[in-house]
Design a protein around this ligand. Structure first.
Ligand code: BGC
Length: 765
């Protein structure tokens, strides 16, 4: 054992060697408490101060598996996943193993290559977060989680640094693809589903980034000024729903400051709200190497582990305890939270991982979720599906030949392949025009530059319009960590893209043929400048490695589209409420971002201010149609729990699924309210033509409440409340009115998270 220690590089310092000496002495002791055999309290009582400090500081960048050679981490934790994001420290004498923490939300992020090993280690690249949210189907997302968690376990990790649940405050947010939606209810339900799926394997998750990390511009230094109400109703709500419904093992605090203080140093956020109000039982870790450097304050706040960890931090904790600025009892509390999670980890039970998960089976689930997450935005005169398998397809756009599976940064996954749309269409039986596909394939293999469209001449387009049956054209967008998207060249289409759409549309329409546009996007784009020209538009988002097959499943009609938008697509960028103050000031490197739009994020703004979007929240077409029966309620007076139900019938000609979206319009006498808010949703099973399904919602009274800053309480106002069932936020099919006779204060909470100075928020008239 001592020999193994010679190779360690944990926090790589004199301190560690001093610790090892102590350890050597301790190894000779008898009756040393062992984690799992003794109680956690006994183990903590047996710990030296150094050991306690090592439990709240990560294993260090030097110990990050990529830097490992051979040999093992303390406690014989081998360097299981090169490329994993981090490790926790081990204390072998107390039976405490190290854990491995890997990114990220779309699959296990690890290096493909390992030392002295010819095998290539690939993981499944599942659909990106916003694609999963677009399924509006917690069941399919849970199955993604089950497959994902199996890979976490079989590749030897303990905790996956996912899901990311920050709200899509603005479409330019660089990491929106990792997150779910502009709405907290959709976010929270989808997050709970994936966490439950992942953790059913006996591995952990880290729901992140807590909280209000809604931009990449100066992400570690920007101070987000947000009202208590907007925090409670919008930015914390998704976390709250997910944490209460799925108990993630860990929470990752965010880089940004919130109302003046880094979130990792906010006790009101990490202890008062997270633990005391929400009953969170796991541990909190910081995001990697943020700018918050008051590590002692972090431990005091309840940020139990600082990642990725270094020796200086260990020393700082030790010195704080020795010099009385950190009560050892506070440190013990964090150590206890960490140990309780370690005991649940595969590392603790010395799980023999296979490095060989069933990637084929997981690809199947991934394809299914990808098809459910794609949104049919337009389908004039039933342009889709392309029923004729003999159809000759003119496939335009670089991206058609090199689809984007997911975004970059820690949310990227090293995958064995991404099925292109060209391949997907071929697999589905269609013939591609070679005079187009050859130069595109050639161009992509030479440049791999999705950012620059191959120039196609007017003559070639005319020729293809004469020879082919249909045109399919793909537009792609990618983004990732550290950078928000650019308005001019990313949100808006580039001149070359607009020209390609325009020329293709004109040529094909002259021949009475259709143009189908496929959008392979990380987030919303402008559609105003071009959408009229397309006959059909399929939003494929970033659908993971099965991309091309999944898109072809929908284009061919093998699967009926059932995805719905998790975000509003604005008609004008300036219509988006946050456009006035995103990403804050100064513009180039914002130090402050003031959330003047308050709770009016996404559709809450568009609907209340009556601004017409290009495509509304919850929107998505199908190849079939659905009828909703009138809503039935268990009582017309809301007391505690209201049961709401309706019957959905497939009234069209092909099998399909529908999402029933339940919105609430509440009175706004005490505080202003959005015109409507999503309160619940349900995706039906696959309904055959003529088939019906009863959908039931149980609404506890707190669903009717909004957060009143003045009372620090959730309040359900007296008066008439209208429940609206729709197939989108603007296609409301049935409504029913219920009454709350007397205002109910549903929950009084702690008075915390106050803005530094009052925020001038917008209010409807
Ligand atoms: C990201 C986290 C990620 C961590 C570890 C950070 O830069 O913000 O989402 O989990 O790195 O890779």
């Amino acid at each position: 054992m001592i020999l193994t220690y010679n190779k360690i590089s944990v926090a790589g310092s004199a301190l560690v060697f001093a610790w090892l000496l102590n350890t050597t002495v301790a190894l000779g002791q008898t009756n040393v408490p062992q984690l799992g055999k003794s109680t956690v309290k006994e183990v903590i009582a047996a710990m030296t101060l150094e050991e306690k400090a090592m439990m709240v500081i990560g294993g260090g960048r030097d110990a990050a598996p990529s830097a490992f050679t051979d040999g093992s981490m303390v406690g014989n934790t081998s360097f299981r996943i090169p490329g994993a994001a981090g490790v926790t420290n081990a204390i072998p004498r107390l039976g405490i193993p190290a854990m491995v923490l890997a990114d990220g939300p779309a699959g296990v992020r690890m290096d493909v290559r390992r030392k002295n090993d010819d095998h290539k280690y690939f993981a499944t690249a599942f659909p990106a977060g916003n694609t999963l949210a677009s399924t509006w189907n917690p069941d399919v997302v849970k199955r993604i989680g089950e497959a994902f968690g199996n890979e976490v376990k079989e590749f030897g990790a303990d905790i996956i640094l996912a899901p990311g649940v920050n709200i899509h405050r603005n479409p330019l947010g660089g990491r929106n693809f990792e997150y779910y939606s502009e709405d907290p209810v959709l976010t929270g339900e989808i997050a709970a589903a994936i966490i439950n799926g992942i953790q059913s394997n006996g591995v952990g998750t880290s729901i992140k980034h807590f909280a209000a990390n809604n931009q990449e511009a100066n992400r570690a230094g920007v101070n987000a000024h947000i009202s208590e109400r907007a925090l409670r109703e919008i930015y914390l709500k998704g976390f709250e729903i997910a944490i209460k419904k799925s108990s993630p093992w860990t929470v990752m605090s965010s880089y940004n400051l919130l109302n003046g203080t880094h979130t990792s140093e906010r006790k009101d956020l990490l202890t008062t709200i997270l633990r005391n109000e929400w009953n969170f039982k796991g541990y909190v870790m910081s995001d990697w190497g943020g700018k918050a450097t008051n590590w002692v304050e972090q431990v005091k706040a309840g940020n139990d582990m600082i990642m990725p960890g270094n020796n200086k931090q260990i020393q700082r904790i030790i010195s704080a305890v020795k010099h009385d600025s950190l009560d050892v009892k506070t440190l013990n509390t964090s150590v206890e939270s960490v140990l309780n999670i370690i005991m649940r980890s595969p590392s603790f039970s010395a799980y023999k991982f296979s490095n060989n998960p069933d990637l084929k089976a997981h690809a199947k689930v991934s394809r299914e979720a990808a098809t459910e997450g794609m949104v049919l935005l337009k389908n004039e005169k039933e342009s889709l599906p392309i029923k004729n398998k003999q159809a000759k397809v003119a496939l335009f756009g670089n991206i058609s030949y090199a689809l984007i599976a997911g975004g970059w940064g820690s949310g990227d996954v090293n995958k064995a392949y991404t099925i292109s749309l060209a391949k997907g269409l071929n697999n589905a039986g269609y013939t591609l025009d070679k005079e187009l596909s050859d130069p595109y394939q050639q161009y992509n293999s030479n440049y791999r530059n999705w950012n620059k469209e191959l120039l196609i001449t007017d003559e070639l387009i005319e020729k293809k319009a004469a020879e082919c049956d249909v045109a399919i054209l793909t537009i792609g967008r990618n983004s990732g960590e550290t950078k928000d998207r650019d308005l001019d060249y990313d949100y808006y289409l580039k001149p070359t893209e607009l020209s390609l759409i325009e020329r293709t549309a004109e040529a094909f329409h002259r021949k009475n043929k259709k143009l189908v546009v496929v959008l392979n996007l990380c987030g919303p784009i402008d559609t105003k400048g071009w959408r009229e020209k397309a006959d059909a538009i399929l939003l494929a988002w970033q659908p993971g490695m099965e991309a091309g097959d999944a898109i072809a499943d929908l284009l061919s009609g093998k699967v009926t589209p059932s995805g719905k938008l998790p975000d509003t697509f604005a008609d004008n960028y300036n219509d988006i409420a946050s456009s006035a103050n995103f990403p804050g000031l100064p513009y180039d490197n914002p130090s402050d971002v003031i959330h003047q739009e308050d709770i009016y994020v996404g559709y809450r703004y568009f609907d209340t201010w009556k601004v017409k979007p290009a495509y509304e929240f919850g929107y998505g077409l199908s190849y079939t149609t659905f009828g909703f029966s009138p809503l039935k309620v268990s009582s017309s007076v809301v007391k505690d729990n209201l049961k709401v139900s309706l019957t959905v019938t497939n009234t069209g000609n092909v099998a399909g699924k529908e999402v029933v979206q339940l919105y609430l319009s509440a009175p706004g006498e005490i505080i202003n309210k959005p015109v409507q808010e999503l309160k619940a949703f349900c995706k039906t099973n696959l309904l055959q033509p003529g088939q019906s399904q009863v959908v039931t919602f149980n609404l506890p009274v707190n669903v009717f409440a909004s957060f009143d800053n003045n009372q620090n309480a959730w309040v359900a106002e007296a008066g008439a409340h209208t429940l609206k069932a729709g197939s989108s936020s603007r296609q409301i099919k049935q409504t029913v009115e219920v009454t709350i006779p007397k205002t109910i204060l549903t929950q009084k909470v702690n008075s915390v998270l106050h803005p530094q100075t009052p925020i001038e928020v917008i209010k409807p008239k």
